[in-house]
Design a protein around this ligand. Sequence first.
Ligand SMILES: [Zn+2]
Ligand SMILES: [Zn+2]
Length: 354
Amino acid sequence: MKAYQFDEHGGPITAHEHETPAPEGAQVLIKVGACGVCHSDVHLWEGYFGLGGERRLDTRGSQKELPFTLGHEIVGEVVALGPHASGGASGVSVGDSRVVYPWIGCGDCAVCQRGDEQLCNRPAALGVNVDGGYADHVLVPHPRYLHDYGNAPAALACTYACSGLTAFGALKKVRDRAQGSYLLIVGAGGVGLAGVMIAQAIMDTEIIVADIDPAKLEAAKAAGATHLIDSREPDAGKQVVKMTRGGPLAVVDFVGNDASAKFATGCVGKGGLAVMVGLMGGELRMALPMLPLKNMGIQGSYTGRPDEMAELMALVRDGKVKPMPVAEHPLAEVGQMVEDLRDGKIVGRVVVTP
Ligand SMILES: [Zn+2]
Ligand SMILES: [Zn+2]
């Protein structure tokens, strides 16, 4: 099999030949049909998250070994099943097309047992901790991580494993507050755009999108956003507060840098909640009395639970989620795609296909 790997963090991502693995136990071998390129790939490749100023969170230890294969938004065809992977509730057979839930945990710890496998402290997430989908084949440890994606195109379906699920997990946290009111989405990159699409499927709300990039605002408008805010304008926050008569109760920051977090938390209305999703890196400084005085909350959200993936894919199969535009490129260009994403040159979602 061919895998596109890096040998050192920040180094070139190039083709490596390996023996195609045979699935053991409950493992399933997937022939990759498409794999989405995600901003997290930039951090995992560079080996750190910015923590504000010069401080960095080193993530180089998260990969089991180098060379490493990134890629956590995977769809493909089941080509081989381990001896314990067939039958039962899993119901997957050779030849089935499936999207892969990549946020795999140990399965045994208290976090996994309560259903938050994506937060496990001993993770084995595909394309993050163990080899992922920038390859022609990938091993999935159990058929329970595979989901039917109905009639959705493969190149779109793969994006639900991270950008879609991440948006869904965050939106569920603010759904009650946004219902019949306003939702402020900060950042219209790949995940923010998925948020615009999925919000329309799960809540009745007016969607305000703020971004610093006019092209991304245009994409948000096409996706169904009702109001656009150019957050480069000095009174952008005031515009949001005025429009919503006191500030939205539901705010999701899909960027996660100093400026976006300041903007997002500053816009929240009394009794509202700001959900922080983006991992661009930075820090938030705010006057503490504002938290009690505004009776507001700030919550983080990381990808989504296995049961949320099942819920999201049911919405997709039922045709409830509007399709997001994706640009397809050959897998051989994946290194360039990750660099372009780092340099902010990509609008919407890029998917690579072997
Ligand atoms: Zn991702
Ligand atoms: Zn665990």
